[in-house]
Design a protein around this ligand. Structure first.
Ligand code: NDP
Ligand code: 8X3
Length: 253
C-alpha cells in the first residue's frame, strides 16, 4: 500500500515543491492551504504526472475548529498518515518592536505556532494509533539566531525549534520521528507576503545571492524522510553558499 504524506501550505513555495517530490516517490498526498484553486490545479497535475491519489483540504491553520473538523472529516484510510510536513507559515512586516503591528504579530503567532500545534495534535494521535510516523516541522535560521527587526517572526520560529524538541521527547515512546528543517534564504512568495506585495523590496532580499530554491529544501526534506526506520535526523540548517548565518551574507552584485 502506498504511503501517505500530509503537507500544510502546499499551494506555493516549499510546500508545493514537497508535493512534487513526494508524488515522484509515489506517496499519496493530503495537501492543504487556503487557496482552493491552486490546490485543485496542483492535485490534477500530480495525479496526471505521477499516478498518485491526492486529497485537498482547504483551511486556514489559524482556525482551530476548522483545522480539526477538516482533518477529522478525512476518510479513515486517509488518516494513516506516515509523514506530516508542518510547512504552512509566513512572516508579516520587518519593523523594530516599538513599531510592530499587532495584526502582523497575531497572524504570525497564530499561523506559525498555534496552527502548527492544531495540526500536530490531531495527526500525532493518528500516528500513535498507527504505531509509527514522522513529523517534519519547518523552522528557520530565523529561529536559531535573531536579526534586526525580525523580533516576532524569529520568536515564532524559535518556538518551532523548541516545539520540535518537545515533540521528539513526548512522541519517543510511540516510535514517532520528529525532524526540524531550518533554511536560510529560499526564494519563494515568502518575501512578497512579508512586504505585502512590494516586489521591489522582496527582490532585494535575494540580491547578489544565489538563493536556495523551494526544490532544494524539498530534496533536503526527502533525505530526512527517506532514512531507514532506525535513523532520525533531528534537525538540519541549510543556507545558500553565500549566506553564513542569519545576518552575514556575501552579496555579489
Ligand atoms: P510561501 O509564501 O511561498 O508559501 C507559504 C505557504 O504557507 C503557502 O502555501 C500558504 O498557502 C501557506 N499558508 C500561509 N499561511 C497560512 C494559513 N494561515 N493557513 C494555511 N496555510 C497558510 O513561503 P515558503 O514556501 O517560503 O514558506 C514555507 C515555510 O518555510 C514557512 O513556514 C516559512 O516560514 C518557512 N521558511 C521559509 C524560508 C524562506 O526564505 N522562504 C526560510 C526558512 C523557513 P495559502 O496562502 O494558500 O494558504
Ligand atoms: C525565512 C528566512 O532569514 O528571511 O525564515 O527570516 S529569513
Amino acid at each position: 500500500m502506498s504511503k501517505i504524506v500530509l503537507i500544510t501550505g502546499a499551494t506555493a513555495g516549499i510546500g508545493e515543491a514537497c508535493a512534487h517530490t513526494f508524488a515522484r516517490e509515489k506517496y499519496n498526498l493530503v495537501l492543504t492551504g487556503r487557496r482552493a484553486d491552486r490546490l485543485e490545479k496542483l492535485a490534477e497535475k500530480l495525479k496526471a504526472q505521477y499516478g498518485v491519489d491526492v486529497m485537498q483540504l482547504v483551511f486556514d491553520v489559524e482556525d482551530k475548529e476548522l483545522v480539526v473538523s477538516k482533518l477529522e472529516g478525512l476518510p479513515e484510510h486517509w488518516k494513516k498518515i506516515d509523514i506530516l510536513i508542518n510547512n504552512a507559515g509566513l512572516s508579516k512586516g520587518l519593523d523594530p518592536i516599538q513599531a510592530g503591528q499587532f495584526d502582523d504579530w497575531d497572524t504570525m503567532i497564530d499561523t506559525n505556532i498555534k496552527g502548527l500545534l492544531y495540526v500536530s495534535k490531531t495527526v500525532a494521535n493518528w500516528m500513535i494509533a498507527n504505531g509509527q510516523g514522522h513529523i517534519i516541522n519547518m523552522g528557520s535560521i530565523a529561529g536559531k539566531e535573531i536579526y534586526a527587526n525580525g523580533n516576532v517572526y524569529c520568536a515564532t520560529k524559535a518556538a518551532v525549534d523548541f516545539l520540535s524538541k518537545g515533540m521528539r521527547v513526548d512522541l519517543l515512546p510511540h516510535d514517532i520521528k520528529v525532524t526540524a528543517i531550518h533554511p536560510g534564504a529560499v526564494e519563494t512568495e515568502f518575501s512578497m507576503v512579508r512586504f505585502n506585495g512590494d516586489a521591489e523590496r522582496a527582490k532585494k532580499v535575494y540580491e547578489g545571492l544565489v538563493p536556495l530554491t523551494a526544490e532544494d529544501i524539498a530534496e533536503t526534506i526527502w533525505f530526512a524522510a527517506s532514512r531507514p526506520a532506525h535513523v532520525n535526523i533531528n534537525e538540519m540548517i541549510i543556507t545558500p553558499t553565500r549566506q553564513a548565518n542569519a545576518t552575514v551574507f556575501n552579496r555579489k552584485v
